[in-house]
Ligand binder design. Structure first.
Ligand SMILES: [Fe+2]
Length: 255
């Protein structure tokens, strides 16, 4: 398989990976303006972009996912809970769904908490083994931290939901599974993120302070010191929910 992690704007980490043998690729959490990079990487890999996924509707950056999907003729995926919430067509993701990209398989985990629509992607490469190799965790689990729970409102309820998601879904995955998060240090989507852009489930279980707390302590800790909201949050959310590129918002369409 091929695999690229791209350090994008706003301390976002995007991903491009797939099967070189069968020429199919997956693009995850594309930031607007980066569409050409994904197309060039696909050309280098000799692969067609078969799936474009956003792990959730982002509040801190304009998504380039819908635009990339349109340009390459691929489906654009969001969690199914966005039906009726976003004003464009997308391919709905459900918990337990599997996407195929040649010998690379992507299993969808619905992981609400940072937002109600968050998903994680459990990836396996059949050329290497039957078991998952890594998990793309979006803003659910970071290296050294977890996602902020307040962006969708109801921060205590969301924090409790995030605890349940982490403990019952992510931390039950094998310890050796690599973690590739949606952000690194400097992001407004969480507090205390490491500058190292990858980890493992086992290491985070032992050394991520948010993962060793009881439920009530976790909720208290996560809601005690919430970082400032991302700059331009309302405008970014509106554009991402409407599927309107930022240049159009500048031209006055979305403002
Ligand atoms: Fe986020």
């Amino acid at each position: 398989m091929f695999f690229r992690q791209r350090a994008a704007a706003n301390a976002t980490l995007s991903y491009f990976f797939g099967c070189a043998g069968l020429h199919k690729a997956v693009a995850v959490d594309v930031v607007t303006g980066d569409e050409d990079w994904f197309i060039q990487e696909a050309e280098k890999a000799g692969a067609r972009i078969a799936h474009v996924i956003d792990t959730h509707v982002h509040a801190d950056h304009y998504s380039g996912g819908l635009e990339l999907a349109r340009r390459v003729g691929a489906p654009y995926y969001l969690h199914e809970s966005n039906k009726g919430r976003v004003s464009f067509d997308f391919s709905p993701l459900t918990d337990g769904q599997r996407l195929e990209s040649g010998n690379v398989l992507v299993d969808i985990l619905h992981t609400p908490g940072h937002t109600p629509d968050s998903v994680c992607l459990v990836v396996r490469d059949l050329r290497r083994g039957d078991e998952p190799w890594f998990v793309i965790t979006g803003d659910t689990l970071f290296v050294g931290a977890v996602g902020r729970p307040d962006l969708a409102g109801q921060e205590r309820e969301m924090a409790a939901q995030l605890y349940d998601t982490l403990q019952t879904k992510l931390l039950t995955l094998p310890a050796e599974l690599e973690i590739y998060p949606g952000h690194q240090a400097g992001s407004a989507c969480g507090a205390g993120l490491s500058g190292k852009p990858a980890s493992t489930i086992g290491f985070e279980k032992r050394f991520n302070p948010m993962l060793t707390m009881a439920r009530e302590s976790f909720v208290e800790a996560l809601t005690a010191e919430i970082p400032p909201q991302p700059a331009d949050l309302a405008r970014i959310m509106e554009a991402n929910l409407r599927g309107i590129a930022p240049e159009l918002t500048v031209a006055g369409v979305a403002r």
